[in-house]
Ligand binder design. Structure first.
Ligand code: PEP
Length: 251
């Protein structure tokens, strides 16, 4: 069985001071997190101080994005080489990057290769728009995102996938646990075609989209939902620690 992952995407929220305060609160409320992998994704500027605060704890640290190149004339970008000093995870292809910043599967694929090169464990995000779902295109969209984002990648080891239906992100309307299970199972089957079924049994496939302390247990009860990527509900220590505790109680 795959590990269970609870990941907090803070997006463009929290100053450095606020980030430090939030992580201190989480550490105070949940000092021992042994049965799930907890990863926080603060804004870039907060990575050094949060890295310092979580030293010796079981909280892991990730970046919300990276550039595929190691260095160069890419104004405003941050590379895997720079990130590896602070964190061990990276979010790739979040729908906000795809929709607001025009990131394609091809670019996500280049970033994925870069993440692997610099030893960052990637969470590759995929998900359909509501119009895709309404037209019955969910599987086509997900298949194409998976195939192209993971193209020519040698091994699936250490890669995490997050199914995040775009219509469920930040809307308060989560997918049903049954729908999340159906798509996550589809993702595992697609990965099996690319990497072999044995290899993908251990691949964590998360669900993200309006997860809260009230619904996390229903998602984690599904066999192919191996964790959650959480935005809004991860911004308060009360909400996030409750999510963590609920997840830990289930495992
Ligand atoms: C996200 O941004 O990855 C996300 C899942 O956000 P929210 O939990 O707010 O829907």
């Amino acid at each position: 069985m795959s590990e269970i992952i609870v990941a907090a995407n803070w997006k463009m929220n929290k100053t450095v001071t606020e980030s430090n305060d939030l992580v201190k609160e989480i550490l105070k409320e949940v000092p021992v997190i042994d049965s799930v992998t907890c990863i926080v994704f603060p804004p870039f500027l907060s990575l050094p101080s949060v890295a310092n605060l979580i030293k010796g704890s079981s909280i892991k640290l990730g970046a919300q994005n990276m550039h595929s190149a190691q260095k160069g004339a890419f104004t405003g970008e941050v590379s895997g080489l720079m990130l590896q000093d602070y964190c061990s995870y990276v979010l790739l292809g979040h729908s906000e990057r795809r929709v607001l910043f025009g990131e394609t599967d091809e670019f996500v694929n280049e970033k994925l290769a870069g993440a692997i090169e610099f030893g960052l464990r990637p969470i590759v995000c995929v998900g359909e728009q509501s119009s895709d779902r309404a037209r019955g295109l969910t599987e086509n969209v997900i298949r194409s995102q998976i195939k192209n984002s993971l193209k020519d990648i040698e091994g699936i080891n250490d890669i995490i996938v997050a199914y995040e239906p775009v219509w469920a992100i930040g809307t308060g309307t989560a997918a049903s646990p049954e729908d999340a299970e159906e798509v996550n199972k589809f993702i595992r089957d697609e990965l099996a075609l690319m990497f072999g079924s044995e290899k993908v049994l251990q691949t964590p496939i998360l669900y993200g989209g309006s997860v809260t302390e009230d619904n996390i247990a229903e998602f984690l009860a599904k066999p192919n939902v191996n964790g959650a990527l959480i935005g809004g509900a991860s911004l308060s220590s009360e909400g996030f620690t409750q999510i963590l505790q609920n997840a830990c109680n289930l495992t």
